[in-house]
Design a protein around this ligand. Structure first.
Ligand SMILES: Cc1cc2nc3c(=O)[nH]c(=O)nc-3n(C[C@H](O)[C@H](O)[C@H](O)COP(=O)(O)OP(=O)(O)OC[C@H]3O[C@@H](n4cnc5c(N)ncnc54)[C@H](O)[C@@H]3O)c2cc1C
Ligand code: SF4
Length: 324
């Protein structure tokens, strides 16, 4: 780990001022700093101006908004995990927030930082001298990917837990930039490229997340599997949202994180609707997941294990939620 030197700290009063600063050279947002500062101390990134958004009004607010929730990107994961109304109406989100690291980290870490955290790889999240011994890699300081040496892209995995839940709830992100504010589906915040997994343009930041308040009859839950039982990134995180009607599946949405450079909103769930939740349906869901989850060996755990963990997690969640 190396010291962090020569940093300016800016504390703009509005998100638009922050966007202007962000567009300038060397500017980088800092929220809880739990991901960014570790990467700075490893020499992975070296911003010269850190832009702190805590002075921007409403940035950490959690508020109902026209039948939806508007969650300010600055809200901490501790707040999300303890918010009684969110836990009642959107349990997968509260469970995902509670599953991130430990209590001290969650009290600083934010929703926006979780969604925008860097991708991770066993060859990348290392000290500068460790990486230099391998000659760097395609993502930083080298020209080869050690995970897929024949390829020309980075397969580092996005391992944020909250995106799985928010994709299952079909959330949208509110983006503020120098040209204004707009909303887009959360899935469009990401692309499947470990070296550039966010689609934000220069000067853009995530201001808030919007999602529908829980609907009557809907059930949802989150499940995370990691190599260690506590304080660990996911091998796979899965969230399921469903509704049963007359004993058959009337609605199903599945979000998955930790397996690819972008979190996934499972495709093809509509093909399972109209069927009872029995062994055949659970197997069909497992197959859908296995077809779409194809991790690369970017962690110390075998890629196929992460794929099987994702499929088993989705099956178990669906079974538990349907039984409840
Ligand atoms: C020991 C340890 C364990 C961890 N375990 C987990 C885990 O189990 N699950 C998990 O999901 N994460 C985990 N993390 C990663 C990280 O702590 C969390 O993802 C956290 O939520 C990041 O939020 P932050 O506010 O601290 O982000 P920061 O570190 O402040 O920022 C992260 C990145 O997002 C950018 N950013 C921040 N806010 C915004 C915004 N509003 N708009 C656009 N860009 C923004 C920053 O510029 C930076 O690039 C762990 C980290 C550590 C150190
Ligand atoms: S996947 Fe390849 S290019 Fe990406 S961080 Fe890992 S080794 Fe580097």
């Amino acid at each position: 780990m190396q010291p962090i030197l020569d940093i300016q700290l800016a504390r703009p009063a509005t998100l638009t001022d922050a966007a202007l600063l962000l567009a300038s050279e060397g500017g980088r947002l800092v929220a809880g700093g739990t991901d960014l500062l570790a990467n700075m101390r490893r020499g992975i990134t070296s911003p010269t101006i850190l832009i702190d958004l805590t002075a921007a009004a409403g940035f950490a607010a959690v508020e109902p908004h026209h039948g939806q929730w508007r969650l300010g990107a600055g809200v901490t994961l501790a707040t999300l995990s303890r918010h009684a109304e969110l836990a009642r109406t959107l349990p997968a989100l509260a469970q995902a927030a509670a599953a991130v690291a430990g209590p001290a980290l969650r009290s600083a870490a934010t929703l926006g930082g979780n969604l925008c955290q860097d991708t991770r790889c066993v060859y990348y999240n290392q000290s500068a001298w460790w990486r230099a011994a391998l000659g760097g890699c395609l993502k930083l300081g080298g020209d080869t990917c050690h995970v897929a040496p024949q390829g020309r892209r980075c397969h580092a995995a996005y391992e944020g837990d909250l995106a799985a839940a928010l994709l299952a709830y079909e959330a949208e992100v509110e983006i503020v930039g120098i040209e204004g504010t707009y909303r887009r589906p959360l899935a469009e915040l990401y692309r499947d490229d470990g070296a550039a997994h966010l689609t934000l343009r220069p000067g853009e930041l995530v201001a808030a997340v919007h999602l529908r308040a829980g609907l009557p009859g809907r059930a949802s839950g989150f499940r995370k599997v990691s190599a260690r039982g506590a304080m660990d990134f996911p091998l796979a995180s899965v969230a399921v949202v469903l509704r049963l009607d007359g004993g058959v599946l009337a609605e199903l949405s599945v979000g998955i994180s930790g397996t690819h450079s972008q979190p996934l909103h499972l495709e093809g769930c509509h093909t399972l609707l109209g069927r009872p939740v029995d062994a055949a349906l659970l197997e069909a869901l497992g197959k859908l997941v296995s077809q779409q989850v194809r991790p690369m060996r970017s962690t110390v755990t075998a890629a196929n294990h992460r794929r099987r963990v994702a499929a088993a997690s989705a099956r178990r969640l669906l079974q538990q939620l349907a039984a409840a």
